[in-house]
Write a protein that binds this ligand. Structure first.
Ligand code: ADP
Length: 238
């Protein structure tokens, strides 16, 4: 089912208007990146789409309830549970061969019995990524999930994400402030304006996959965009 987001206004209790006239759709299986500077309303937008925040003016049309997955910047694993137990929390059927096969997909074959504090930050993210996909989401909301990682670890996670996404094809909304990351991952990039935010620019990305963040094609597209719209990443498009 097509995701349709139409927000006339999002005001907080203190009167601050974070979003005004923000409208977009995403087709099933589409990977959409949402780019904007800090404080522009990206997390607010995802909270509205997730259903956590219902205090806004507008309409949403979402896939079936219960088929939305999330991944945040922090892995948010339960520290007192093992990797296997953390995954079983969202999918009780993730045991035995199914669990091993799932863990293999993100390179964590022998980690089922480990606790989060026995894993590196990148490995914890891989568990969080797998957990997001275990519920077989039709819609996956990702809020800067790789922001605090070193470059090789982030590269590896992006590759795992793309492989999982290509497997089950959920619609993905991926929030980032990293232009290259957005261009490397997405079918389409939505650039948010400074607040109250709306979509300042929409860019389909037709480059063949896989695309590295440092690949010449991604770098060239990023440079072209910034030459044409120097203040794009500040949320301003003339
Ligand atoms: P981003 O995720 O793009 O960094 P946010 O969605 O967190 O931005 O915040 C958007 C704007 O709304 C910011 O100016 C922020 O200060 C403001 N804001 C966020 N939450 C609240 C709140 N509960 N009350 C008032 N203002 C808020």
């Amino acid at each position: 089912m097509t995701l349709s987001v139409s927000i006339q206004a999002k005001r907080f209790a203190n009167g601050h208007c974070a979003i005004r006239d923000l409208h977009f759709t995403a087709r099933p299986g589409e990977f959409v990146a949402i780019v904007g500077p800090s404080g522009v309303g990206k997390s607010t937008l995802l909270k509205i789409i997730s259903g956590l925040d219902t205090a806004f003016e507008g309409q949403l049309s979402l896939p079936r309830a219960g088929t939305t997955g999330f991944m945040f910047q922090e892995p948010r694993l339960m520290p007192w549970l093992t990797v296997a137990q953390n995954l079983a929390l969202v999918d009780p059927a993730a045991t035995g061969a199914r669990l091993v096969e799932s863990l293999e997909r993100v390179g964590l074959k022998d980690c089922a019995h480990l606790f989060p504090n026995q894993l590196s930050g990148g490995m914890q993210r891989r568990v969080a990524l797998l957990r997001a996909f275990l519920v077989a989401p039709q819609l996956l909301l990702m809020d800067e999930p790789f922001a605090s990682l070193d470059a090789p670890t982030a590269d590896q996670l992006r590759a795992h994400l793309l492989a999982l996404w290509q497997g089950t094809q959920p619609t993905v909304l991926f929030v980032t402030h990293n232009l290259q990351e957005a261009l490397c991952l997405a079918d389409r990039v939505l650039f948010l304006s400074a607040g109250p935010s709306h979509i300042a620019l929409e860019l389909p990305v037709d480059l063949p996959r896989p695309r590295g963040v440092d690949s010449p094609a991604v770098q060239a597209l990023g440079q072209q965009l910034l030459q044409r719209y120097p203040d794009l990443l500040k949320g301003s498009v003339p």
